[in-house]
Write a protein that binds this ligand. Structure first.
Ligand SMILES: C[C@H](O)[C@H](O)[C@@H](O)C(=O)CO
Ligand SMILES: [Mn+2]
Length: 417
């Protein structure tokens, strides 16, 4: 028997002692699809106007060699990343990542402009999610799109939103799995506004118009993503958390929680259980804010573990769409995907290896001493041996072996770009 299987069997016996069936856990983690975001691969440039400025209050720093310059290069990089990640997953595309010879503006996009992505996704067995792009475009005027007081600006973006929904529905129809279509709108003011209400009324009206066309939910689900502030929109963001909680819950839309979109000490892990009581499905943007919405690569930190525990302990995974959202151009971009995605999976696996019913019972019995002792002891349980076995059984590298492959790919492909 090989070493990894041997260690797994020891771990299996140890988990069995506390009532956890590792085989069941392995079957469960294999069902979780992570939606990997395309924009880590090229620093959020896209293929519509890659030389243009990144606007909308987000920012990427770094100039690590090898960013994808074409859809074919991006797909090649993504394939490398997926080959190093266990399980079957999804790709999250932004509208600016269209793949066509035609010159197309955001208010002209059609499903056919994304057909190459669909064909590729079919070959790889991937699902596709989508996002209209409300930034990096000259029609983002004075920091406003859907909430603009300028009717021409607002209509441009409404048309884009409507067309984006048709693209997402096409993804769902073609691939046989729901395409989550996430609306993040950067509109806001750098300085204190006089009128906080009118832009929100306009955003609400714009969204209502965009969502007026009915689509089969089996094909596409609309999601809305709030934010506290952006660069250049420090004082007021129209699409705040309260705005989208109200909007999403009254319009039956999926609410997206981005881990970087709140006050620096505020965490989304503590929001999921409340959202679960009032909404149906949820979308997560698993990210890592460092002092601000900096979109650092996801690491195995306390908040990632807590998000994972909330989803697992409360049985929320079946109605949660797990997406990633980070963009770091100071490191190898394929490695960034692999680290962030594997960490998200590892956190979920570790959470699944807890004896949840027992821990809840201790809490209900008021035995907080045992609760604390148990939770702390669990940290030393051999979860890594279960993870390594999972990787091996799915035919992907174990431990640091994946990095060797990324380094080889860097030498063979990335540095030659
Ligand atoms: C590029 C994405 O649309 C973006 O990261 C969005 O989801 C966001 O979180 C903006 O801060
Ligand atoms: Mn996000």
């Amino acid at each position: 028997m090989d070493k990894i299987t041997e260690k797994y069997q020891v771990a299996q016996a140890k988990y069995q002692e506390i009532g956890v069936d590792t085989e069941q856990v392995l079957a469960a983690i294999d069902q979780v699809k992570i939606s990997m975001h395309c924009w880590q691969g090229d620093d959020v440039k896209g293929f519509m106007n890659p030389e243009g400025e990144l606007t909308g209050g987000i920012s990427v720093t770094g100039n690590y060699p090898g960013a994808a310059r074409t859809p074919a290069e991006l797909r090649q990089d993504l394939e490398k990343a997926y080959s190093l990640i266990p399980g079957q997953h999804k790709l999250n595309l932004h509208a600016i990542y269209l793949d066509t010879e035609e010159t197309v503006d955001l208010d002209q996009i059609e499903p056919k402009h994304y057909q190459n992505w669909v064909e590729w996704a079919k070959e790889l067995g991937l699902g596709l999610d989508f996002n209209p792009t409300f930034f990096s475009h000259p029609m983002l005027k004075d920091g406003f799109t859907l909430a603009s007081a300028d009717e021409e600006v607002r209509q441009f973006w409404i048309e884009h939103g409507k067309r984006a929904r048709r693209v997402a529905a096409y993804f769902g129809q073609e691939l046989g799995q729901t395409s989550v279509n996430n609306f993040w709108v950067p509109d806001g003011f750098k300085d204190n506004p006089i009128d906080r209400l009118a832009p929100r009324q306009r955003l609400m009206a714009s969204l209502d118009e965009i969502f007026s066309e009915e689509f089969d939910k089996a094909y596409t689900l609309d999601a809305v993503e709030s934010k506290l502030f952006g660069l250049g929109a420090e004082s007021y963001t129209v699409g705040s958390h309260e705005f989208y909680m109200g909007y999403g819950l009254t319009r039956d839309k999926v609410i997206c929680m981005d881990a970087g979109h709140f006050h620096p000490t505020e965490v989304i892990s503590n929001k999921l259980s409340s959202l679960a009581l009032f909404g149906n499905e949820m979308l997560l943007h698993v990210s890592r804010p460092v002092r601000w919405d900096s979109d650092h690569v996801v690491i195995m930190d306390d908040e990632l573990m807590e998000i994972a525990r909330e989803l697992v302990r409360n049985d929320l995974l079946k109605r949660t769409h797990v997406g990633l959202d980070f963009f770091d151009a100071t490191i190898n971009r394929v490695a960034a995907w692999v680290i962030g995605t594997r960490n998200t999976q590892k956190a979920l696996l570790k959470a699944m290896l807890e004896p949840i019913a027992q821990l809840k019972q201790l809490e209900n019995d008021g035995d907080y001493t045992t609760r604390l002792a148990f939770v702390e002891e669990l940290k030393d349980f051999p979860f890594a041996d279960v993870w390594n076995y999972y990787c091996q059984s799915k035919g992907v590298p174990v431990g640091m072996d994946w990095l060797r492959e990324v380094r080889q790919y860097e030498a063979d492909v990335l540095v030659k770009r």
